[in-house]
Design a protein around this ligand. Structure first.
Ligand SMILES: [Zn+2]
Length: 87
């Protein structure tokens, strides 16, 4: 009886290992085709104060307004922000 149980446990242990290996290999394959979010590269994300989109610093549209640095997703947003501020 006990040997049967042990065989059962070993069987399920290997089954579990095989399933995990298959899962990991699938994830690994997908990783190559998947678009990697810039946050995973350790880059800081900045929030656009106009449309509240998060943009990586290197891709952000930077603008200095009264000595303060602002980051926008696009030139359009930066212009909208300056117009809104002046009004
Ligand atoms: Zn924006």
């Amino acid at each position: 009886m006990l040997i049967k149980l042990v065989i059962f446990i070993i069987f399920f242990y290997f089954l579990y290992k095989i399933v995990n290996a298959v899962k990991q290999s699938k994830i690994g394959k997908n990783e190559n085709y998947r678009f990697k979010p810039s946050s995973s590269s350790g880059e800081d994300l900045v929030e656009d104060p106009v449309c509240h989109t998060y943009v990586p610093v290197s891709q952000a549209y930077k603008k200095e307004i009264s000595g303060k640095h602002y980051y926008f997703c696009s030139k359009q947003c930066s212009e909208k922000y300056t117009v809104d501020k002046n009004n």
